[in-house]
Design a protein around this ligand. Structure first.
Ligand code: NOJ
Ligand code: CA
Length: 608
C-alpha cells in the first residue's frame, strides 16, 4: 500500500496560513516555520493552493508562469527548502496544477494564441462561472472571441492542441524533479471541450439549470489523465494526481479513476461535500461511492476547502461538538481524508466585511479563506490581507487544552495511524437507529456517530449491531454540561470469515455468533469504549480497561477534570503522549461529539 492511501493530507491556502515577514500575507517560509505543528498534528502530506506568479484575479487560479513562485509567497529556493524540510519530517508536498485555463497575462496568450480556443462569433450557450455572462469575450487584437469558463481574465486552453499537452508534460516533470509529490488538479473534469463547440443542454431540473456535457465532462479528458498517470508513475517514488472532479453523479465521477490504477490516484468526493450532515444522506453517498469505484481505486474525503468553505459552518452551524462528528467521519471512512487548515480547530468561516471582500466569485469565498488563528487576539497576524476578526478557536489555546478539538483531531489521526483497519480496512455499513450512522472498518473496528439531535439508545440485535451515543438538543449548542453516565464497556464479540474488497462491500456476511451488548449512552458526554474485551462468544460484564477508545471528544475548561490534573502534576502532556487517549478510562464529561469508535467488533451489516 502507499502513503497517500494510508495517510492524512492537509490543505494549506498559502496566503492565509502563516506569515514569516509581517507583511500580512502568508508565505512559503511561514509554512516551513509551522512544519513542526503539522508534524505534531500527524499529517502525511500537504497540498498548497497555487503558488505561482499571478495577477490574482482568482487568487492564483490565473497562472502567469507555471514554473515560478509568486513573489508575495517567496522564491523557488524557498519552495525547494520547504520540500526538503517537509521531507525530513515525513511530510510530502503537493502543488495545485491549473491546466484548464491560464491568466490572460500568461505570455502564451499573446505568443501562442493557438493554445487557446477562438471563434469569430459566439458559437454556443456556454456561460462563465464568474460574472454570469457568456463564456466568450471579444479580443480586439485577434478580432475574435476567446473561451473562458471562469473569469474573462482566465482564458481556457485548447487541450486538442498537442503542443499544450507537451507543455504540461514539461511542467509536471519540472516539479516532479524538484521533489514535489504530486498535484491537485484544478477543474479536472473540464479540460477538454466539445470539438464542435456544441450547446450545453438546458434543463430546469439540472444543477444551475444546465447539463454541461459539451463545455466540460468530455470523455476525451480521460486520455490526459492516463498520460499523466504514466508520467507520474515513472518517478521513484511514484507521484500522485488528485482531481478536483466536480461531478456530483457518483458513477460518472468514479470514471476519473479509470481502471483504478491508470488515471487519477484520488478524486475529491463533492457529493459528500454537498450533502447535509445527515446520517441517512451521507451513508447513501458513501455506499454509492463504494459501489461505483473500481476495486483498486481509493476514495478521497473532505468537508472544507477554499471554495466550499468550512464544514464547521456549512455542516455544523458552528457547533464544535458536531464538528467533531464531522472529523470522526472524515478520518475513519475508507479513503484518504483531506483536512483544510483550521478544520482541526473546528474553525468556522470568518467574518469579512463587505468592503474587505476580494473574491471574484458570487457569493464570495473569502470567509473560508481568512487567516489561520495561531494565538488568541490578533491570531499572530499583523494587518492580514483578509481580516481575522475572531480568534477564540486558535492553535495556542487548543494545544494547551487536552480536551480541545485540536487534540481530538490529533488523537484521531494517531489512532488511524496505529490501526490497520482504519487505514486500509474495507467499509461495511451497519444497521443503526434513525439519525445514527454506523460502519465497520476491516475486521475489528466499528465506528458510530449520532447525528440526531436526541440521544439514541442502541440495542444490538441478531440482525446487526451498532452503537451510538446521543446528545441532547442542548449539547448542540456546545455548552459544557455534565454527562450523566459512566462509560460502559461494550463488546461485539464475533467470529466471521475474513472478507475484503468489493465483495465485502457488496455482500457482507457476518457470522451467526455475532452478538453485541446493548450500549446505553446518555446525554452530552463522550465515552471511550472498550471493544477489545472478552473472547468471541462471551460478553463483557463490566467496564473493561480500554485498549482502544474513542479520542476524547468532550471539552473541559482548562484545569478541570481529574485526568487533566494528573497529567499536569506528572508533567506529561497529552501532546507528548499521543496514545494516551487510547488508554484513557473514566468519566468523561462535557459537550458531545456524538461519535463513538471502537475496535474488536465484527459487527454484522444491516444496511449500506
Ligand atoms: C477551482 C478552484 O478551486 C477555484 O478556487 C477556482 O476559482 C476555479 N477552479 C477556477 O480556477
Ligand atoms: Ca509574508
Amino acid at each position: 500500500m502507499t502513503w497517500w492511501r494510508e495517510g492524512v493530507l492537509y490543505q494549506i491556502y498559502p496566503r492565509s496560513f502563516a506569515d514569516s515577514n509581517g507583511d500580512g500575507i502568508g508565505d512559503l517560509r511561514g509554512i516551513a516555520a509551522r512544519l513542526d505543528y503539522l508534524e505534531w498534528l500527524g499529517v502525511d502530506g500537504i497540498w498548497l493552493n497555487p503558488i505561482h506568479p499571478s495577477p490574482n484575479v482568482d487568487w492564483g487560479y490565473d497562472v502567469a508562469d507555471y514554473m515560478g513562485v509568486h513573489p508575495d509567497l517567496g522564491t523557488l529556493d524557498d519552495l525547494d527548502a520547504l520540500v526538503a524540510e517537509a521531507a525530513r519530517r515525513g511530510i510530502r508536498l503537493l502543488l495545485d496544477l491549473v491546466p484548464n485555463h491560464t491568466s490572460d497575462r500568461n505570455p502564451w496568450f499573446r505568443e501562442r494564441p493557438d493554445f487557446y480556443v477562438w471563434s469569430k462569433e459566439i458559437p454556443n450557450n456556454w456561460r462563465a462561472a464568474f460574472g454570469g455572462g457568456p463564456a466568450w469575450t471579444w479580443d480586439e487584437e485577434r478580432r475574435a472571441y476567446y473561451l473562458h469558463n471562469f473569469a474573462p481574465q482566465q482564458p481556457d486552453l485548447d487541450w486538442w492542441n498537442e503542443d499544450v499537452r507537451d507543455e504540461f508534460d514539461r511542467i509536471l516533470r519540472f516539479w516532479f524533479d524538484r521533489g514535489v509529490a504530486g498535484f491537485r488538479i484544478d477543474v479536472a473534469h473540464a479540460l477538454i471541450k466539445d470539438r464542435e463547440l456544441r450547446d450545453d443542454v438546458l434543463d430546469p431540473e439540472a444543477r444551475g439549470g444546465v447539463h454541461r456535457i459539451h463545455s466540460m465532462n468530455r470523455p476525451e479528458t480521460h486520455e490526459i489523465f492516463g498520460r499523466w498517470r504514466r508520467l507520474a508513475d515513472r518517478n521513484e517514488p511514484s507521484r500522485i494526481l488528485v482531481g478536483e472532479v466536480y461531478v456530483l453523479e457518483v458513477a460518472e465521477w468514479a470514471r476519473y479513476y479509470g481502471s483504478g490504477t491508470d488515471e487519477l490516484n484520488l478524486a475529491f468526493n463533492f457529493a459528500l461535500v454537498h450533502s447535509d450532515l445527515d446520517a441517512a444522506k451521507m451513508r447513501e453517498i458513501v455506499a454509492a461511492t463504494e459501489a461505483a469505484l473500481p476495486s483498486e481505486a481509493w476514495p478521497c474525503w473532505t468537508g472544507s476547502n477554499h471554495d466550499a468553505m468550512r464544514f464547521t459552518t456549512r455542516w455544523c452551524g458552528g457547533d464544535e461538538a458536531l464538528a467533531r462528528c464531522a472529523l470522526l467521519i472524515l478520518l475513519t471512512l475508507r479513503g484518504t481524508p483531506f483536512l483544510y487548515y483550521g478544520d482541526e480547530l473546528a474553525l468556522p468561516n470568518g467574518r469579512v466585511p463587505k468592503e474587505r471582500l476580494l473574491d471574484v466569485a458570487a457569493p464570495p469565498r473569502d470567509p473560508g479563506r481568512t487567516p489561520m488563528p495561531w494565538t488568541p487576539g490578533d491570531g499572530g497576524w499583523s494587518d492580514p490581507w483578509l481580516p481575522l476578526e475572531e480568534a477564540s478557536r486558535n492553535v495556542a489555546d487548543q494545544r494547551d487544552d487536552p480536551r480541545s478539538t485540536l487534540h481530538f483531531t490529533r488523537e484521531l489521526i494517531a489512532l488511524r495511524r496505529s490501526s490497520e483497519d482504519l487505514r486500509l480496512g474495507a467499509y461495511v455499513g451497519l444497521a443503526a437507529p434513525e439519525g445514527v450512522w454506523a460502519w465497520r472498518r476491516g475486521e475489528r473496528t466499528a465506528v458510530a456517530v449520532n447525528l440526531a439531535a436526541a440521544p439514541r439508545r442502541s440495542r444490538a440485535s441478531r440482525a446487526g449491531s451498532c452503537s451510538a451515543r446521543g446528545a441532547s438538543g442542548r449539547a448542540r449548542s456546545c455548552r459544557a454540561r455534565s454527562g450523566s453516565s459512566r462509560r460502559r464497556a461494550t463488546s461485539w464479540p464475533c467470529s466471521g470469515r475474513r472478507r475484503s474488497g468489493r465483495a465485502a462491500r457488496e455482500t457482507p456476511r457476518a457470522s451467526r455468533s455475532c452478538r453485541a451488548s446493548a450500549a446505553r449512552f446518555s446525554s452530552a458526554s463522550v465515552r471511550s469504549r472498550s471493544l477489545s474485551g472478552p473472547a468471541p462468544g462471551r460478553r463483557s460484564a463490566a467496564p473493561a480497561r480500554s485498549r482502544r477508545s474513542t479520542p476524547t471528544c468532550c471539552r473541559r475548561g482548562p484545569g478541570r477534570g481529574r485526568s487533566a490534573g494528573r497529567r499536569r502534576r506528572s508533567g506529561r502532556s497529552r501532546a507528548s503522549r499521543p496514545s494516551s487517549a487510547t488508554r484513557s478510562r473514566g468519566r468523561l464529561r462535557g459537550p458531545s461529539c456524538r461519535g463513538a469508535l471502537g475496535s474488536g467488533a465484527r459487527a454484522r451489516r444491516g444496511s449500506s
